[in-house]
Design a protein around this ligand. Structure first.
Ligand code: ADP
Ligand code: MG
Length: 693
């Protein structure tokens, strides 16, 4: 579908300019300088020739096919120019100029106008307000873009909403001597979307890894679907910026205002199997490793170094990230003891010493490739003047080329003096980084991808013992009454319909009734005030726990009636459930995505430590397990230091049930079970809220 956009036979520039500093000139210069193999057609009613190329008064005068037309003209002229392009049979239009939806409703109206023409002629639009595309395929070399970095051919493809960030990424690759395959930046994205481009890159044989930068997702559901499909075939590395409220605001102001502060994007990345990054440098470095190295089959790292300290730094970072640094096998140790200097440290990390030779490096690399204690290798290589560094580089390249296990290199050198060594490594496709931490993090990214690929996505449990229609009926009563918050008894009835265990309860209209109901439930009980004005019950004196007899119940209820003075006050009487661990579960609707499900420990763990985890519905059994393991307080769930743990299987089941409940009842915008009392055996919700739209 986007084939002609990325492989144009002819490119026209509507608004071609003779002025050096004009985009309509720069695009032409870039196409020429990059060595574009197709035909370039400057369109300008007044010029005969631009940059030595014949200029055309109208695109309709062009003889050959035009697959891509750049528009570098004022916004208001675009709909008319689109007509001509349509008549000419142009397939794709790249609008580099701004002045469209990013400036307000007037601009947006122009987008609507040209899109109408585009649809009439079956043309697709990239942009407006975008850089364009680059395809570095040596057979084509299309640089339909006005920027300045000329990438080497490579196998990393980039798709970014922001051209500025894409430029940063390009520069990063270029500094490392890593090439780019295809690049696209879609600016306002009024037609061609990032998911469409990702799908194209997923099918593109020359693309080995996809790097993407977003600031929010316009159509999260489609993004997730496409990304999941593509990420199953090849790695997608992604970064989302605008995570803070301030960052989101900055993002909203620069490309048509689609970004909002959200957490859902992180969850989408996770669910789709994307390797996500919070640091652009780390993303760039990781991409370089993915571009040339195989994916490891485990997380065990062998480290080879010729200097001590950097290997220590690298080790810390790897271990922090959950990678392992296992000992050498006996066989490896024996081989290396024979081959290395006697003073060399023959354990992991292996220190071949600064005087270590190319033969020593080679012996270590070979041994680690053969040793099944290791899944990947980190090489720390400082370039001392007294060894043959070029030869060492050549050996590293030779082993890297075997593609048996991934190798990354922390190359500590003066790039000006050891030019040839650097060149050998770079041309040989060894990802080289300037810091031990960078190398370690790039390796970590490879292992993360391995984990994603081998992760058991789990099963969505279809829980059949629920009564969906009963819950729907309860909700429609509230809906018809125009209430957004459900009443306590409605909430508990819905929990009952979904067989979520709750502490036994009754709703009482009066003080005396509360006492009578407490007798029915059996002491001790809890009394809670239930009224529209009472939201955080305990903060307002609306919760009285551990009431041991009817007198205590009456006294507590009376006190609430006096203090809260609410006309609609009722008393929610509930079995007192002491001694459990308080946990919280929540759900929040996310447009186009279902719900976000939250889990954490209650009390100070949520309030002070914010120790909670999130996931998108549907929550599978594996997701639920990971959520429990994902909080910092996880050891408390399992039980530590003589303290008993809680029924984790019951919590997992409850997460799945909650996921199904909100999935069945999408009208629920927010729901929380706070707290649920979890015991060694079983659990009970003691407080719950449901809000509907
Ligand atoms: P709110 O959140 O509106 O303040 P809750 O119903 O959550 O009110 O009650 C506040 C706290 O009281 C809970 O976090 C819990 O510690 C305690 N509590 C409430 N109900 C019970 C109960 N049935 N058994 C034991 N403790 C309870
Ligand atoms: Mg509560």
């Amino acid at each position: 579908m986007l084939d002609a956009l990325f492989n144009p036979r002819g490119v026209a520039v509507v608004g071609a300019s003779s002025r050096e500093l004009h985009i309509g000139n720069r695009v032409i210069k870039n196409l020429i300088d990059f060595g574009y193999k197709g035909k370039i057609y400057p369109i300008n009613p007044k010029a005969d020739e631009i940059r030595g190329l014949k200029a055309y008064k109208s695109i309709l005068d062009v003889e050959g096919p035009v697959d891509v037309a750049h528009m570098v003209i004022p916004a208001k002229f675009t709909p008319m120019a689109f007509e001509d392009c349509g008549k000419k049979g142009v397939k794709h239009i790249i609008i580099n100029s701004g002045g469209f939806s990013e400036v307000g409703p007037e601009g947006a109206a122009i987008e609507d106008a040209f899109m109408e023409v585009a649809r009439k002629y079956n043309m697709r639009v990239l942009g407006p307000n975008c850089q364009g595309i680059i395809n570095s395929d040596p057979e084509l070399r299309a640089y339909c873009n006005f920027t300045f970095t000329f990438p080497e051919p490579g196998n990393i493809s980039i798709v970014a909403l922001s051209g500025g960030v894409a430029e940063v990424i390009h520069q990063g690759f270029s500094a490392m001597g890593v090439g780019t395959r295809i690049y696209a930046s879609n600016g306002n994205a009024c037609d061609i979307t990032i998911p469409e481009i990702i799908r194209y890159l997923g099918d593109d044989e020359g693309t080995r890894v996809i790097v993407t930068y977003v600031e929010g997702l316009r159509d999260p559901a489609t993004f997730m679907e496409v990304a999941a499909e593509v990420a199953a075939k090849k790695p997608i590395l992604a970064m989302k910026a605008g995570r803070t409220a301030e960052g989101a605001k900055a993002a909203a102001s620069h490309t048509g205002g689609l970004a909002k502060e959200d957490m859902a994007t992180d969850l989408i990345f996770k669910k789709a199997g994307i390797v996500d990054f919070r640091d652009e440098g780390e993303l760039i470095n990781a991409a370089a490793a993915f571009a040339s190295q195989p994916i490891p089959t485990g997380n065990r790292v062998g480290i080879i170094t010729n200097t001590g300290g950097p290997a220590v730094i690298g080790t810390d970072i790897l271990v922090d990230a959950g990678l392992e640094i296992p000992p050498l096998s006996e066989k490896t140790e024996k081989i290396l003891k024979e081959k290395l200097y006697p003073e060399a440290a023959v354990h992991n990390p292996i220190d071949v010493l600064a005087t270590g030779t190319a033969e020593h490096y080679r012996a270590c690399l070979d041994a680690m490739m053969d040793d099944d204690h290791f899944d990947c290798v980190l090489v720390n290589f400082v370039t001392p003047f007294f060894v043959d560094n070029e030869k060492i580089a050549t050996e590293i390249v030779a082993v890297s080329k075997q593609q048996r296990k991934p190798i990354v290199c922390n190359l500590m050198t003066d790039r000006k003096q050891w030019k040839e060594t650097v060149r050998i490594l770079q041309d040989g496709g060894v990802p080289c980084f300037a810091l031990p931490g960078e190398a370690a993090r790039a390796l970590t990214a490879l292992v993360r991808y391995h984990r994603i690929r081998t992760r058991d996505a789990g099963r969505i449990k279809n829980i059949s013992d629920v009564d969906k229609s009963r819950a729907e009926k309860i909700i429609s009563v509230a809906e018809n009454a125009g209430r957004h918050m459900l009443l306590a008894d409605e909430v508990y009835q819905i929990l009952d319909a979904y067989r979520i265990p709750v502490a036994d309860w009754r709703m009482a209209g009066s003080v005396d009734e509360a006492a009578a109901m407490a007798e029915e439930i059996g002491f001790p009980v809890v009394v809670k005030a239930d009224a529209a004005s009472v939201i955080h019950k305990s903060d307002m004196g609306g919760v009285a726990v551990n009431l041991k007899d009817a007198g205590a119940v009456k006294a507590a209820a009376k006190k609430m009636a006096d203090e809260l003075a609410a006309d609609d006050l009722r008393f929610f009487v509930q079995k007192f459930m002491p001694g459990g661990m308080e946990i919280i579960l929540g759900a929040k609707a996310e447009e186009g995505l279902g719900h976000m499900i939250m889990f954490g420990l209650g009390g100070i763990f949520v309030e002070v430590l914010k120790d909670v985890v999130f996931n998108l519905t549907p929550v599978t059994d594996s997701d639920a397990k990971e959520m429990l393991a994902g909080i910092k307080g996880a050891p408390l769930l399992a039980g530590t230091r003589g303290q008993k743990g809680v029924d984790q299987a019951a919590i997992e089941a409850l997460l799945c049930r909650l996921s199904q409940l909100v999935g069945d009842l999408p009208i629920i915008t927010e729901m929380d079970l706070n707290p649920v009392m979890a015991f060694e055996d079983g659990l009970f919700a003691v407080d719950a809220r449901i809000a509907i739209s």
